[in-house]
Design a protein around this ligand. Structure first.
Ligand code: GLP
Length: 265
């Protein structure tokens, strides 16, 4: 496995509505590029606060980051991490929890002290209390120096679904869209149901990160990527808020970039 930091994967960015867009030749190259951005962040600031995401898209990023760690190119010993979200009702030891996902794909393979890895606790009976606790931690240690994002097929970021209402508390409980539950059913076994509710950092909190990198790969994401980057800014496409962020980068493979307007000039 190649390590993350590889000059061949470094793409020139172009700006679309204030967002730096980098198109890599393949999903694997895009994943390695994002992992290299994280490795670089850790070299620049070893005690970085990293904002992490789940879903299918970042799996390859974590694989590349683990490879970089094993190659001595990414030291997470002084870092701290905050995840975007968690399913309500799934305790951290539940196999489909995002806490379990993070252990499986990253935490168990790098030198990140477990006490410096944070996710909202989906196992707490009163989810609103878990949200308040999580948000207090984030306000204390955050904001993230570098926040990783994916994008839902409907444009969601974290679990902030289209039409979300402002969440003054920062981290809050949301009801998942039916389309999101269907999209995520692939991670659950037959006979298991996708939870109806989740705990998520608000869009406002996400936007507080000093830098944001959103990764999208595959043709299925092409339409929503174009909507987020080239369409109007609005809560009907939560990822469009990135257009307002002072340091946002979107890393794509060619397929996910397939519906962007051709580069001018
Ligand atoms: C999930 C997560 C998001 C993620 C998105 C896309 O539901 N809550 O943080 O970015 O949906 O997931 P995927 O990468 O599997 O397409």
């Amino acid at each position: 496995m190649r390590a993350a930091a590889n000059a061949a994967d470094v793409a020139e960015g172009r700006f679309v509505q204030g967002v730096c867009v980098k198109v890599l030749p393949s999903a694997a190259a895009a994943e390695r590029h994002v992992a290299a951005l994280f490795a670089e962040q850790l070299r620049r600031k070893p005690d970085s606060v990293l904002g992490l995401a789940t879903g299918g898209t970042p799996v390859g990023v974590y694989r590349a980051l683990v490879a970089a760690h094993r190659a001595g190119e990414a030291d997470l010993g002084r870092a701290r991490t905050f995840n975007l979200d968690e399913y309500a009702g799934l305790a951290p030891d539940h196999p489909q929890s995002y806490a379990a996902y993070m252990r499986q794909h990253l935490f168990d393979h790098v030198n990140l002290p477990p006490e410096r890895t944070h996710l909202p606790d989906g196992g707490v009976a009163d989810a609103a209390v878990a949200c308040r606790l999580y948000d207090a931690l984030y306000r204390h240690y955050g904001p993230a120096d570098l926040q990783l994002l994916g994008i839902g097929l409907n444009g969601h970021i974290g679990f902030n679904e289209p039409g979300f209402a402002p969440a003054p508390g920062g981290t809050h409980v949301v009801r998942l869209d039916e389309s999101t539950r269907q999209a995520n059913a692939r991670f659950f076994g037959a006979g298991e149901t996708v939870p109806e509710y989740a705990l998520t950092m608000s869009a406002g909190r996400i936007m507080q990160a000093r830098s944001i990198v959103l990764l999208a790969t595959g043709a299925a994401k092409a339409a929503i990527v174009a909507r987020a980057l080239e369409g109007p800014i609005g809560t009907d496409c939560p990822a469009s808020l990135l257009q307002l962020h002072p340091d946002a980068t979107v890393v794509l493979d060619r397929e996910a970039a397939g519906e962007l307007a051709p580069e001018r000039g």
